[in-house]
Ligand binder design. Sequence first.
Ligand SMILES: NC(=O)c1ccc[n+]([C@@H]2O[C@H](COP(=O)([O-])OP(=O)(O)OC[C@H]3O[C@@H](n4cnc5c(N)ncnc54)[C@H](OP(=O)(O)O)[C@@H]3O)[C@@H](O)[C@H]2O)c1
Length: 367
Amino acid sequence: MTTAPSTMRAIVLKGHGDIDANEYHEDWPAPQINSPDDVLIKVHACGMNNTDVNTRTGWYSKAVSEATSGDGYSKVDNEDPSWGGAPISFPRIQGADIVGTVVAIGSNSDPELIGKRVMADCWLRDWDNPDDKNSTGYFGSECDGGFAEYTKANRHNIQVVNSDLSHAELATFSCSYTTAENLLNRVGCKEGDCVLITGASGGVGSALIQLANRRGARTIALASESKHADVAKFNPTAILPRNPDNLSKALANAIGQETVSIVADIAGGEYFPTLLDALERGGRYGTSGAIAGPMVELDLRTLYLKDLTFHGCTITTTNVFPDLVRYIKNGEIKPALAATYPLEKFKEGQQAFIDKKHTGNIVITLD
Ligand SMILES: NC(=O)c1ccc[n+]([C@@H]2O[C@H](COP(=O)([O-])OP(=O)(O)OC[C@H]3O[C@@H](n4cnc5c(N)ncnc54)[C@H](OP(=O)(O)O)[C@@H]3O)[C@@H](O)[C@H]2O)c1
């Protein structure tokens, strides 16, 4: 069994703040095996996610009602609750979407695991009761994550991935695709459904297109027009601008009908009532994000008179990550890697991620 060196390079967050709160260190203490279920991983690549930014800025605090931004919120301090309702413990190494090689294991793991390339399920669980949503945490939030040379995961969280995809390509999947697949499970997406997808150029949105297509549904992507050529590579049935002025007419022109059976929304904000108007009677709305703003206007008459069903979708069921790894191994979904940045250029990478000129995801590399 090899062990990690005692120190490593890492991006460390010591409190909420703006992008400069991400500190680059060359001699940060490296994780060590100290439980039989621990697996030590040499990180090759780690994908970026909005949760890194939202946690850093303090956006999950109920004190904040604006759309997400890369700036720290002065009204939030380190005691404010994060996504799960409790404050984050600092210092923290963020980064959920790790791809790396196992270099050491605790006594409960199979020695065959050493040297294998793995991805991690981002959801930390009580593995004696893995379906208990109250005992969950997120990799890189409630424990240290992958913006570092080494990280540590529970053996139940990792899966060996045999694939021709590069480390960076594989690091685009875990957070976005498990979120998208979970949302599609929750809204019961199946063949014959017609799914309207917001933020379709992003990580979760591009995953929603591919995973809904995989189920035989039709997909309508809402995305900035400058990104339509890239979004077309995910094969949606139709692509519309981000917030069409007349959505029912735009849908009729694109797919021959004014309504859809499912809205898969990661944006929220001011356009939310228009999205609900586009749902057919009995339609299903699923949300996993609110990048355009968490405060929305809901006309309850729309909800009850149209017999709509709402699903808030965050914590995945335990089957979702193994299902995702199977789709990757079978080549059923393709990665959308927009750019890579080495760890020492982390801030440049995160600024590009915040600027949102890209399609797909941006990944930090460590090799
Ligand atoms: N619940 C969970 O577990 C979970 C997991 C992952 C992500 N999320 C959340 O889901 C959201 C999307 O995540 P992501 O990884 O897909 O993000 P992303 O890769 O940054 O993509 C978001 C997309 O939303 C669009 N967008 C940005 N600002 C917008 C606005 N004001 N109005 C409408 N659209 C806007 C942009 O596309 P265009 O420029 O093409 O419009 C962008 O590509 C984030 O809020 C994130 O925090 C939640």
